[in-house]
Design a protein around this ligand. Structure first.
Ligand code: ADP
Length: 497
């Protein structure tokens, strides 16, 4: 099967959050299956000089129309495992410091940037002579690809057999732009009506991805259910989602074992497994305490946070709750995003020197070190499509304190609710419930047999991609009319090295 993955982020090259982890892992695992050929399209943002593996320019060019202007485009290529990764170049649109915006504001031409990208994915596939069976699109940045294929390219024989799958990683980001964006998109005016491409007088990329793809998925079963029933969770797209009926699925993300595994992780102070976590986590904790000037004490609970600093993640209530625990526990906070929240955590770091540190950047290495060192991982999200951070934390033996929403409810087993708990849920979203859940976790931390049991439960959780990737491949098979491999056979289908 020929699969084209189109996404605005791809690990290890460009990442602002879980989307990159997911597309990176999917490309690797889909391409390991016998007879699959996987091609990835991602924008060529500014690349760090140490970017590995090396990226090579492809000879030749093609043009992409944005706002009536033909823009010359080149592709650059590298490999990730067996997948071919193509970077779409446009100096003006993508050679910038950030992916989506700067100084707390989106780039004002994000509509044109991603109209360009969507059309470049389609024209780029043709340029390469790669006729995909499936185009797997991710999030609003690729939402127009299915819409183009079903309309402008409906009669195009090159894409006659191509089916589209659209995966929603977060309904809060929709790419909703004014009529000007519609005008730049190249769709004829007749499509500008509410039954086709118009959305409240403008154009909504996410809505069009949902409406025009052959299958829609989101990243956890529970978030899928919540989105269908709640305008608040779906950011008013519940009706559009419901209109897809049985063609809307919730499939839980996995965690890439090659990147996130305390047994093999070269970035952490000491590797460990389910049998050696006591020593291993203690060494990682000591190292982190030492490096970031926290009081050296193995018996103080260390709470980790690795997160975008955004309304969604509920860290505003964390900032308000931290002072009441000062001195009794430690906090390791890594995050970027909302300026006001960044300032609040900077103030907390000054105020609680020795028991809280805050690193205000994207730092993959520190993320690994926080996951391995933390006793408790905190994720009080207001809503959470899937959440990779809590799954990573569990794999590293962190007990999770979370709000029971979306994917958090699908992955964390609450104390008092499960026979094999690996976390504590807040009763509801709010400062008081957060303080209660944290207090319960700190209390349990003091009861070593209970605690070690919870850590062991956490490390046993199976978040392997095999399970999730198998579900996607089943959907792909169904779409192209192929019989799917029998249950449990994905592993056998994966190519040996
Ligand atoms: P979201 O995609 O909503 O941001 P997820 O929990 O699904 O949240 O994924 C977050 C991913 O981003 C995880 O891999 C996490 O480790 C990573 N991450 C978040 N903030 C940072 C940061 N400041 N530095 C490094 N990695 C980060």
């Amino acid at each position: 099967m020929k699969i084209l993955i189109a996404a605005s982020e791809f690990f290890p090259f460009f990442k602002t959050g879980g989307l990159a982890d997911v597309t990176g892992a999917m490309a690797r695992i889909f391409s390991q299956v016998k007879n699959n050929k996987v091609v990835v399209f991602v924008p060529k943002y500014k690349m760090s000089s140490g970017c590995l593996p090396p990226v090579k320019a492809i000879a030749g060019s093609f043009t992409v129309n944005v706002g009536g202007v033909e823009k010359k485009t080149k592709l650059f290529k590298t490999r990730c495992g067996r997948a071919e990764v193509y970077f779409v170049e446009n100096e003006h649109y993508f050679n910038r410091s950030n992916l989506y915006g700067a100084k707390n504001a989106d780039y004002s031409d994000n509509d044109r940037r991603f109209i360009f990208f969507c059309r470049a994915v389609i024209e780029g596939a043709r340029f390469l002579g790669f006729k995909p069976d499936i185009i797997h699109c991710h999030d609003w940045q690729t939402g127009l690809v299915p819409a183009y294929l079903k309309n402008l390219y409906a009669e195009d024989t090159f894409f006659k057999k191509t089916k589209t799958v659209f995966t929603i990683h977060n309904l809060a980001y929709q790419g909703f732009f004014s009529k000007k964006a519609f005008d730049a998109s190249g769709f004829p005016e007749r499509y500008f009506n509410q039954d086709e491409l118009e959305y409240y007088g403008g154009i909504n990329f996410l809505k069009n991805g949902i409406a025009y793809s052959d299958i829609v998925t989101t990243v956890s079963p529970n978030y899928g259910k919540e989105a269908l029933s709640s305008p608040k969770i779906s950011y008013r797209l519940n009706g559009v989602l419901a209109s897809r009926g049985k063609n809307f699925y919730g499939i839980l993300n996995g965690v890439d074992d090659k990147v996130w595994n305390p047994k093999t992780d070269a970035l952490i102070a000491k590797k460990y497994n389910a049998a050696s976590f006591k020593k291993g986590k203690a060494a990682c904790k000591k190292n982190l305490q030492n490096k970031y000037n926290l009081t050296q004490n193995p018996d103080i609970a260390l709470v980790g946070i690795v997160s975008r600093l955004d309304y969604q993640k509920g860290l505003d209530i964390v900032a308000k709750t931290i002072p009441q625990f000062s001195g009794r526990v430690q906090f390791a906070v890594l995050g970027t995003g909302d300026k006001k929240l960044e300032d609040e955590f900077k103030t907390l770091a000054r105020e609680f020197k020795g028991s809280l540190f805050f690193v205000n950047k994207l730092d993959e290495v520190l993320a690994h070190n926080i996951y391995s060192a933390s006793d408790i991982f905190l994720m009080p999200s207001r809503f959470e499509p899937c959440g990779l951070s809590q799954m990573i934390a569990l794999k590293y033996g962190g007990v999770v304190v979370a709000n029971k929403t979306g994917g958090l409810a699908d992955t964390v087993l609450g104390y008092g609710e499960s026979k094999k708990p690996n976390g504590f849920f807040m009763n509801t979203f709010g400062e008081e419930s957060l303080a209660d859940a944290l207090s319960a976790a700190f209390f349990a931390f003091g009861d070593k047999p209970l605690w070690y049991n919870m850590v062991a439960n956490a490390m046993k959780a199976d978040f392997s991609w095999d399970k999730s990737a198998g579900k996607y491949l089943k959907i792909f098979d169904k779409l192209i009319g192929r019989r799917h491999l029998k249950k449990g056979r994905l592993k056998n289908e994966v190519r040996r090295k």
